[in-house]
Design a protein around this ligand. Structure first.
Ligand code: SF4
Length: 485
């Protein structure tokens, strides 16, 4: 049996970052966090290695690494502004003496790495200066540095200068036909919760009416709308029409630059729904195959085949939306590079304007995580090869990276990358990632972000996660929306 790394962290400060950074070097299954030094020393007698993180003051920390009878000690002192980065860097360099890093992202473990590049660009730094910081201070590998710089450069004209009177709106329909194997969202399967849809929708409509009125009373303009979930097209024809009518009846649609509906699953889409969407000004739809391999679709619990995707895409083209996005996932259980190749080839045959390529993440609240042993997960290196293949094939079809993000528990510590044809970048996707622009979110589980671009900070205001809570505590939901005032 392999020896474990026993970790004692004397203070929960920065715990999230440190835990994630340690996992860049040591598999979670080989890590054990202990509560006190007594437990630490007891465990160490089994021949395990140990790591202690001891905070002396808010500006100083000591790391002690015990490995096969040796002890290495590092003390970090840094001012508040640079403390976190210096601390992570010191821990990285200490661990790198004994373990091989499994990520190309250096000390970065957060969700939005491009934000750092925007901050450096805001300071007026040149590309070579930023490149040097990313390589030498953040220890990011050159290929990822190139990706960050490429994306930040492409995003900038869409995001800056920040128009403070423009607001995006996110509306959540948290229902899906079935629950996907890897899903950790608070989505509710229609099989179990269909009875809640009418009441949920009538309250959501009230939330839209009141929130839109509040936004307009502050002379703010809604210029970007995103209906996501869940699967918004899980609604039936009447319900979808009622939702779309409410939106278009309560804001000036001539000012809306982008209106997305995440249609998601083909088994929820038909010509009537697509026509309704088109009539109400929807400009962008997402059709998400995830994979074009039927065997995998069954395994991950989706009610459709690859052929269904081709058929729905024909309907989408027939109705004629400005922009069509497709989401794919690399590394689904049992998939090889050949599966990924088929998915990408089929996807490109349908000529989408945007493609978002995700790396599978094994999230805590997913069925995949609960039944981990049952599934054959793809090897980290294979998933990396799949992402490289996707990048090559998409670029060849003129789909170029325009936004990206990372998640916890991604296979191979990789990333999700959104590709788009020139001028087809999704405004909403760039805004949500870079957090300089206010997004008001409505519905169960939705989280609004109020941005203060001058101070480079934002505040979150969350709605209740569960549909039941959203319904039973709706008065509170409405009250919370008064932050807009
Ligand atoms: S479609 Fe999306 S939200 Fe719905 S179950 Fe699948 S992963 Fe979850």
């Amino acid at each position: 049996m392999m020896n474990k790394l026993i970790v004692y962290v004397a203070d929960r400060q920065h715990f999230y970052d440190l835990e994630n950074l340690i996992e860049v070097f040591v598999l979670k299954s080989q890590l054990e966090f202990v509560e006190d030094m007594t437990a630490y020393h007891e465990k160490m007698t089994d021949g395990d290695s140990g790591l202690q993180l001891i905070y002396e003051t808010a500006e100083s920390v000591t790391f002690v690494l015990n490995h096969k009878g040796t002890e290495k000690k590092v003390n970090i002192y840094a001012d508040k502004a640079h403390f976190k980065r210096n601390m992570k860097r010191a821990l990285y360099e200490l661990l790198a003496q004994y373990y091989e890093p499994m990520s190309k992202w250096g000390i970065l473990v957060g969700i939005r790495p491009v934000k750092i590049v925007h901050e450096l660009m805001d300071k007026g730094m040149t590309e070579p200066e930023i490149r040097e910081i990313l390589l030498n201070d953040y220890l990011i590998q050159p290929e990822k540095v190139n990706l960050l710089l490429e994306i930040a450069t492409r995003e900038r004209p869409h995001l800056f200068p920040v128009e403070k009177d423009k607001i995006s709106v996110y509306i959540c329909i948290p229902f899906c036909p079935t629950r996907c194997l890897y899903c950790s969202f608070p989505s509710n399967s229609l099989e179990k919760k269909k009875r809640l849809v009418p009441e949920y929708l009538s309250l959501l409509i009230r939330e839209i009416e009141e929130t839109f009125a509040l936004i307009h009373s502050k002379n703010q303009v809604i210029d970007c709308i995103y209906i996501g979930g869940g699967t918004p097209t899980s609604l039936d024809h009447q319900q979808l029409e009622a939702l779309l009518k409410t939106i278009t009846g309560h804001t000036d649609m001539t000012l809306v630059k982008e209106f997305t509906v995440e249609a998601g699953r083909p088994d929820t889409i038909d010509l009537v729904k697509l026509t309704l969407m088109k009539q109400h000004g929807v400009s962008r739809v997402c059709i998400n195959p995830q994979t074009m391999n039927d065997e995998t679709l069954v395994k991950i619990g989706r009610n459709h085949s690859a052929d269904d995707i081709f058929e729905v895409m024909q309907l989408v083209r027939q109705v004629g939306f400005h922009s069509v996005n497709m989401d794919l996932i690399m590394g689904l259980p049992g998939e090889t590079l050949t599966h990924a190749e088929k998915t990408l080839t089929d996807c490109l045959l349908m000529k989408p304007d945007n493609v978002t390529v995700h790396t599978l993440a094994v999230k805590r609240a997913s069925r995949l995580n609960e039944n981990y042993e049952q599934y054959e997960l793809t090897h980290d290196q294979t998933v990396e090869d799949m992402m490289t293949l996707a990048d090559t094939k998409l670029r060849t079809s003129e789909l170029i990276p325009y936004y990206m993000y990372r998640q916890k528990k991604m296979i191979g510590h990789l990333e999700n990358v959104g590709y788009a044809l020139k001028t087809y970048e999704s405004l909403y996707n760039m805004r949500i990632m870079e957090e300089r622009h206010t997004i008001i979110a409505l519905g169960a589980g939705a989280v609004s972000k109020i941005c203060y671009p001058d101070e480079n900070r934002f505040e979150r205001v969350a709605n209740f996660k569960g549909v039941e809570d959203y319904i039973s505590r709706f008065d509170e939901v409405l009250k919370r929306k008064h932050f807009i005032e």
